[in-house]
Design a protein around this ligand. Structure first.
Ligand SMILES: [Zn+2]
Length: 110
């Protein structure tokens, strides 16, 4: 089940990562889908992004928020004010999506 989800989710995550990388104006290297306990995604300085397979339990707008968040780290490798301002420019309701993750994220069980 988990492998099946990883393969299916990779296509969705890849398409959306390409979309948001274009919007933000950055290039990424590759994405991986992993099962992680505490993080929704991570991003390394060499442009590799990983996403938590558990996000497949989340509504699409929540998935998009996590993807935009990680893609934005390719521009700002921190959580500076500029980072959040840039997120807000592309996704004005990002806070609502963040709150959703905080509130319901622990219910995503695979
Ligand atoms: Zn972050």
């Amino acid at each position: 089940m988990e492998d099946f989800l990883k393969i299916r989710s990779k296509k969705i995550f890849l398409n959306l990562t390409e979309k948001y990388a274009q919007l933000v104006g950055v290039k990424f290297n590759k994405i991986t889908i992993r099962k992680q306990e505490t993080r929704w995604g991570s991003c390394s300085q060499n442009g590799n992004i990983s996403y938590n397979v558990k996000l497949m339990c989340a509504p699409m707008e929540i998935i998009e928020y996590v993807i935009l968040h990680e893609v934005m780290h390719l521009r700002h490798f921190n959580h500076s004010t500029a980072f959040w301002e840039n997120i807000k420019m592309i996704m004005p309701d990002y806070k609502k999506r963040m709150d959703y993750l905080k509130q319901f994220g622990h219910n995503f069980i695979i």
